[in-house]
Design a protein around this ligand. Structure first.
Ligand code: ADP
Ligand code: MG
Length: 270
């Protein structure tokens, strides 16, 4: 935190978490990062999933990495040495298969839950926003994400079993808040892959609003095939096809977040 050129506010660090797989965590992280970058917000995406989907979806080749988030977590390199730029306009602390080994190696290390937090703190005010993509588990890696963050964004599909998994996640967040990271709070629940033609989707969506009130983001992300196609082109959906319904929704979501947080937008004129 010292040695920075200007002493601006530290970055907001948000984890995108849900212990279920395939619920839209990576799609949300990548598109939110790109949408924020488009709005002039200095953004870093941290990939905490050994699958490296967020890395690839940002247009960074995970097989050609020099250093990755793994090397940072186990203390082999400084975080700045592993960060790379992406064609999507934000920076990436990338991941690949190496990260699968971190789970075991971290157990023997000192302050094992706080390794990512310590690394990000050393970046000072280089970024305004750090978004962390988590693996589909409540593992040591996700724990590192939760300990580094001040907020959690929870993407949810509006289906019957979604609510069941939610209480496990909320309990984990409460435990981390109580024992490891007092700054952690739930920023909001984001409804994703929404299909308005399904009555169940509508019902679960309304139930979420009743239970969680203002913690449910107003923006709803529809199911949209352009978002699913984008990663194979090495681009976030919001850059691959900005006018598609899914992209427009993520751009709106970024704006909703900016408005809530009062982030400074430094408009990039190109
Ligand atoms: P997670 O990271 O939680 O495992 P992903 O973001 O990888 O989930 O999404 C799972 C799959 O669903 C991916 O194939 C992704 O392209 C697709 N997908 C995610 N969000 C949408 C959406 N809004 N519309 C259509 N497909 C989506
Ligand atoms: Mg994922």
């Amino acid at each position: 935190m010292s040695g920075q050129a200007s002493a601006g506010p530290l970055a907001q660090v948000f984890v995108v978490a849900n212990q279920k797989g395939g619920v839209g965590k990576t799609t949300t992280t990548v598109n939110l990062a790109a949408a924020l970058a488009k709005q002039g917000v200095r953004t870093l995406l941290v990939d905490l999933d050994p699958q490296g989907n967020a890395t690839m979806g940002s247009g960074v080749d995970k097989s050609g990495l020099g250093q990755s988030v793994y090397d940072v977590l186990v203390g082999l390199v400084e975080v700045g040495q592993a960060i790379v730029g992406s064609p999507a306009g934000y920076d990436v602390l990338p991941a690949n298969r190496d990260l699968a080994g971190a789970e075991v190696e971290l157990v023997d290390l000192e302050s094992r839950e706080h390794r990512l937090a310590q690394a990000l703190a050393s970046l000072g005010d280089r970024y305004q926003m750090v978004l962390v993509d988590c693996p589909p588990s409540l593992s040591m890696l996700t724990l590192n994400g939760l300990c580094a963050a001040n907020g959690v964004i929870i993407p949810m599909q509006c289906e019957y079993f979604a609510l069941e998994g939610l209480s496990d996640l909320v309990n984990s967040i409460k435990r981390v808040h109580a024992g490891l990271n007092k700054r952690l709070q739930i920023i909001g629940l984001l409804r994703v892959m929404f299909d308005p033609r399904m009555t169940l989707s509508q019902q679960v969506s309304e139930q979420l609003e009743r239970h969680f009130g203002r913690q449910v983001f107003q923006t709803v992300i529809p199911r949209n095939v352009r978002l699913a196609e984008a990663p194979s082109h090495g681009l976030p959906g919001v850059l691959y096809d900005p006018s598609s319904r899914g992209s427009v929704a993520y751009l709106n979501f970024a704006q909703e977040l900016i408005d809530r947080l009062g982030l400074d937008q430094q408009k990039v004129t190109t």
